[in-house]
Design a protein. Sequence first.
Length: 379
Amino acid sequence: MQPYQILFPIGLFYAAIGALVWIFFGFGLTPFPYLTHASFMIEGFVFSFAVGFLMTAIPRFTGTSPATRWEMQLAAFVCLARSITPFFAQAAAINAAMTVGIFGLLMVFMLPRFRAKTFNPPPHFLFLGLGIAIGLIGSLLLLGIALHYVPIFWLKSARMYLYQGTLFCFIFGIGGRLITMLLGRLSTPMVQMSGITSKPSAPLFLWIQMALTAMSFIVEPWQMTVGQLLRALVATWIAFDVWKLYRLPKMRTRLTTGLWLAAWSLLVGLWLVVALPSAYFAALHVVFISGFGLMTLMIASRVTLSHGGHDMGLEKSSRVLLWMPILLAFAAFTRFTAIFVTGPGYTRHLVYAAIIWIVALTFWTWVFLPKILKSQECR
């Protein structure tokens, strides 16, 4: 059993619940679920997939021991336990504590393996450390606010650090190698098998990218446009210089095309956030739905097929991988255009977007969940 086989299904559960809350709201069954939706989608769906990927991939990137049973069980517990936090009186505090636990677990898992590495991980993995640091600060602030130790003034910043800072850094960190490779921009394998260097160093441009990314989140609470512009510029820099997004994927499969479109959607969404400050949340959902969401599922598809020993030909032939970009782009468009509708029509747009998301998720789950649970390499 590998970590992704446990944590990806947990992420799928949250991805469904996070959309269903809008349908429940549309039928008048629940109050406005903005915070619940964000928590389920980011802390539940994306974080579960990210932890599953990192705990599976880090040992291979560093040439160290795979995740132990207790590490996988603890990760599953921390990721799944947040689903019951709404039933507790101190739900916000417990939820924030669970998120702190996720970042703590990642540090305990990753640091010993980086110290014991037998070959150097990709330089862009430094972004993972920045993402964990930003996310840990955000979750600690949320915990402090919930326990009344930190002023409510920090609430907006804390959510931004956690919901955006961690995601951007994880995508830049993982994508610096994986997306680059899948799009055909690298001639070397994912894992560097040539051993470690005596003094591994990262290029100067990488430190500049990390500094600008961190600065974008530091200044945004006070200078929103400046922070968003910095982040869009860094994403554009990485997309064009590292991912070479201006070129089509070298090997054009349905998976690589979907990943390429997700990266473009991420970029377009970030510039929409800059250009349309009055439509901030609508534009941000383009980033989240057809950017982060699609990217997460495309990467999860590759992890499932590759690490599970399944037929890699599905990357070319799977109808699900063909329809995922279309459906999620439609969901993002529906959510974005909700800003042009008022009254009950606005709510209907949110419900329609949620339904499209669930349809896409159902198709992906139908094809890939059995493959996640039944790894050919385990036989």
